[in-house]
Ligand binder design. Structure first.
Ligand code: NAG
Ligand code: NAG
Length: 193
């Protein structure tokens, strides 16, 4: 009888743990921002368009991103770009962009049955300037991106891929009810991964 009860308890514990993903508390906003950025393998990136038909208007697109190898996040969003890409044309004219990342891109919101627009389906919006990564940082940028996007190693060499990152100037976090919150880059980078 005791053994049966223990087995039932064990099964209960196992099934309730499976699929439960713990995220930072919603009031630890800087930690939440770092968490979302680290978990994100891709983001939306809005640029100011240089296309004739929408010159000066926003243009949103999807990019692979990494802030470091898994469990070694730095908070700095690294990108792998080619000058042939349509949004990169915009960046060359004006490097000011906005990135959005959401836990809807992870298992979290789906498992919690949260709509992507629910404030509980946490997201972060960053703004800043896209910078070309310098020679001392290329090794890390490459490790950050290629470890999480192995396919990048085979992207056509002749397209002139280069490593870039966002120099974050503003951070917004929506992770609970009551409106969006802001975090300064100083608070954000103080968080230990
Ligand atoms: C390259 O960039 C990193 C990070 O921004 C900086 O710490 C480093 O001093 C830079 N190195 C050179 C050679 O400019
Ligand atoms: C990054 O942005 C900050 C704040 O705008 C600025 O002071 C700094 O010079 C920028 N860094 C680079 C390398 O452009």
């Amino acid at each position: 009888m005791m053994a049966v009860r223990l087995l039932v308890l064990l099964l209960f514990v196992l099934t309730s743990c499976r699929g439960s993903i713990s995220i930072p508390p919603h009031d630890e906003v800087a930690r939440m921002a770092r968490y979302i950025v680290h978990k994100s393998d891709w983001c939306s990136m809005a640029t100011i368009s240089t296309q004739e038909s929408i010159k000066g208007l926003p243009f949103s697109n999807v990019f692979s991103v990494s802030d470091g190898p898994l469990e070694k996040g730095t908070g700095e969003p690294y990108l792998y770009l080619t000058p042939l890409e349509i949004s990169v044309h915009d960046i060359q004219a004006n490097p000011e962009v906005s990135l959005a990342m959401t836990l809807a891109a992870t298992d979290y919101c789906r498992k919690q049955k949260l709509d992507p627009q629910s404030p509980l389906c946490c997201r972060v919006i960053l703004s800043g300037e896209v910078l070309v990564v310098n020679s001392t940082e290329i090794g890390f940028a490459k490790e950050a991106l290629f470890s999480r996007h192995p396919g990048m190693a085979d992207w056509p060499h002749e397209h002139g891929w280069y490593f870039a990152k966002l120099n974050i100037t503003n951070i917004w976090v929506l992770d609970y009810f009551g409106g969006i919150k802001t975090v300064t880059p100083q608070e954000y980078y103080k968080i230990k991964a």
